[in-house]
Ligand binder design. Sequence first.
Ligand SMILES: *[C@@H]1O[C@H](CO)[C@@H](O)[C@H](O)[C@H]1NC(C)=O
Ligand SMILES: *[C@@H]1O[C@H](CO)[C@@H](O)[C@H](O)[C@H]1NC(C)=O
Ligand SMILES: *[C@@H]1O[C@H](CO)[C@@H](O)[C@H](O)[C@H]1NC(C)=O
Length: 364
Amino acid sequence: MKLTSHQNMKIFIFLLLSSHFAFSVKHSLKYISTASSGLPDFPEFVVAAVVDDNLVAFCNGNKKIIDLKHDWVKKVLEDDPHQLELYKGLCFQWEPTFFKAEINGLTQRFNQSGGVHILQRISGCEWDDETGEIVGFNQFGYDGEDFISIDLKTETWIAPKPEAVITKLGWDADKARMKYNQNYLTVIYPEWLKKYVDYGRSFLLRTELPSVSLLQKTPSSPVSCLATGFYPHRASLVWRKDGEELHEEVDHGEILPNHNGTFQMSVDLNLSSVTPEDWTRYDCVFQLSGVKEEIITKLEKDRIRTNWVKPSNMTVLVTAAVVVLVLILSGAAGFIDYNKKKAITPPSSPDNSTELSEQLNPET
Ligand SMILES: *[C@@H]1O[C@H](CO)[C@@H](O)[C@H](O)[C@H]1NC(C)=O
Ligand SMILES: *[C@@H]1O[C@H](CO)[C@@H](O)[C@H](O)[C@H]1NC(C)=O
Ligand SMILES: *[C@@H]1O[C@H](CO)[C@@H](O)[C@H](O)[C@H]1NC(C)=O
């Protein structure tokens, strides 16, 4: 088919528009509150403030410490002392009491005695700086599963579990609670978020490329291609054979956070039925969203590092820290079985996981 110049123009405009949309960025502000019982080494109540998947502030309700992570975050709060006061009040006074009472109520409702229990809430908003659209969210998870979440359209609470129905009925009847939530999620949080984006633009919109390595536990294990140190967390990592992306015999890991604000991800390739001569046909390709350059790593015996890390006694603490981290990442997507999540530690830095938990459990 021959295109008229008019049609050509249409396509041209369409392309312009699509490349424009490709740069439109959705920003988000999330407050992730975590209350725990039965974890002696983990604070009973913490709140992480997260902008676009960057931890910007962290507070420990027991120690009454607020840790602001960047100078531009300090600036935002200096210009808006009301916000800091609210954050302090929330983290140090009202919420620890509320969460503690809720956990007590829930352990009874679930007929649980003792043990480790975790109640979490993610509240916040998402803002599309292209269309101006704002979406507010507020949801609770108990012991790693969805418990109750707000539906701003119908002005009711959604209770996926029978144990949450009592809570739902009580909160549905509480019109003041609904109005309070609406105001925060759709008016106040978006104002704060716009300010964070304004002050932190160069940090939030930066790109960092990862280092990519090949790891293998034992000679018969799959070969894992690990990309670590990238930002933002929109990225792809694939195995190719003769330049074609593989879908069978590969196992994609999830994107996990590093302790320094970057991310890591891995993809495993099962080589059990590949002959050594065929290895050269495989490569692993990393690409960051919005960045043309690809990082290509060829499958070669000499490049593979072995990844044996001896188990440590930090497991419980690390698991708790990973809960918070995983939630920071999972965002509004729901609550996740945290027992499965553990960041891969490259052999060159075997103590990363310890740093992770220290980072989240600031002692200073
Ligand atoms: C908890 O125990 C009570 C009484 O033993 C029982 O009626 C109820 O069904 C139990 N609830 C759950 C969630 O197991
Ligand atoms: C962040 O940490 C990762 C993993 O430890 C490391 O590979 C990367 O180089 C670090 N990036 C920066 C900017 O420090
Ligand atoms: C790799 O593939 C083989 C069959 O080709 C299978 O028997 C084996 O279980 C797989 N290994 C893993 C770790 O998935």
